[in-house]
Ligand binder design. Structure first.
Ligand code: AMP
Length: 335
């Protein structure tokens, strides 16, 4: 991954922060857009990665689903390469201090700043209830980032505005309560992370029903690829169109460059059918996630290991959080 990584505010190691919402079965858009970049970044500095279960409550009201999704995200993130020796990995709710900081930040947060946020408007347009939590989400996100003194936050387009809110709030706090209270975190914008297309060619998204899961069942995923990728009626012997080909776009993510070139050449030459291409796509996908799948099976069989990782991560995160919060409490006159 190519990153526009900023330099840290001091000479110390760069600290990265990423939160992922436990919103259900992960798909390969989540993998290439969020998980893989996070796994790569853990080798470049100090990583704080959390499962954003407070945030998930803005759109979910089932305790059981929240618990199950939180657990499966922990397992899947670890299976995909999150290394607990390198990254501090924890549940957002294991550090309730974040709510106090969110409240304090809210006191300097102009309403207009939140009213301008696209994500809130977009979620309301999708029919999600306009609660205070949904509206105040960017203040909680700012608290997530500032609580851990993050230098840099990898963001996709959808979260860029929220990082600007964080920088605004950090600046306001510094102006009001002391110039060195918070670092201003920088966005990390990945140059190579493109939007992953779904099986129907739109952006891959759980809500569009076009997702290819990372850890799907073998038979079902094969069927999904066969049934959901709509192909044209070009006869087997004729060349196949390559522009806007969903099969090629997805195959490129999993196959070696040589195998991709072979599939491209076969599209151009004719003599190969879509059934063969879909089979090749499934096999490349299945192989790509083989070791992650094996690791996931091990993690599912060893829940106590996952508990230990999350608990150690929470302790480390809480240490950092309590130091920040003491500093902030003193600065604002609460201590
Ligand atoms: P979501 O749960 O849909 O908000 O996705 C969580 C994160 O996964 C997003 O912030 C993106 O970084 C990434 N992501 C989701 N869908 C895609 C996609 N189709 N292509 C690339 N990245 C994606």
């Amino acid at each position: 991954m190519l990153c526009l990584a900023p330099t840290p505010n001091s000479n110390s190691t760069m600290r990265f922060l990423t939160g992922l919402q436990p919103s259900g079965q992960l798909h390969i858009g989540n993998f290439f857009g969020a998980i893989l970049p996070a796994v790569q970044l853990q080798h470049q500095g100090e990583a704080f990665y959390f499962i954003a279960n407070y945030h998930a409550m803005t759109t979910m009201a089932s305790p059981q689903t929240l618990r199950e999704n939180t657990r499966s995200l922990a397992v899947d993130f670890l299976a995909c390469g999150l290394d607990p020796q390198k990254a501090v990995f924890f549940e957002q709710s294991a550090v309730p201090e974040v709510n106090e900081l969110a409240w304090i930040l809210s006191t300097v947060c102009p309403m207009g700043l939140l009213e301008r946020c696209h994500s809130y408007k977009e979620k309301m347009a999708r029919g999600i209830a306009a609660t205070h939590a949904l509206f105040a989400y960017p203040a909680l996100m700012a608290a997530d980032i500032l609580l851990y003194n993050s230098d840099a936050v990898p963001v996709g387009k959808d979260q860029k505005q929220h990082l600007e809110v964080t920088r605004d709030l950090a600046g306001k706090m510094n102006d009001t309560f002391g110039p060195d209270l918070f670092k201003l975190p920088e966005p990390i914008i990945s140059e190579s992370t493109a939007i992953v297309p779904g099986l129907d060619g739109q952006k891959m998204s759980k809500s569009y029903g076009n997702a290819l899961p990372i850890f799907g069942d073998e038979k079902e995923t094969r069927k999904l690829i066969n049934k959901k990728i709509i192909t044209d009626t070009t006869p087997l012997e004729a060349p196949k169109p390559t522009d806007h080909s969903i099969i090629l776009a997805l195959y490129k993510l999993f196959a070696s460059p040589q195998d991709y070139d072979t599939m491209l050449a076969r599209h151009r030459s004719g003599g190969f059918g879509y059934g063969q291409f879909k089979k090749d796509l499934f096999e490349a996908y299945w192989e790509y996630f083989r070791s992650a799948r094996e690791k996931r099976a091990w993690l599912l069989a060893h829940p106590e290991y996952v508990d230990d990782v999350l608990s150690a991560g929470a302790s480390r995160a809480r240490e950092e959080a309590s130091q920040t919060l003491s500093r902030v409490r003193r600065a604002v006159g609460l201590a």
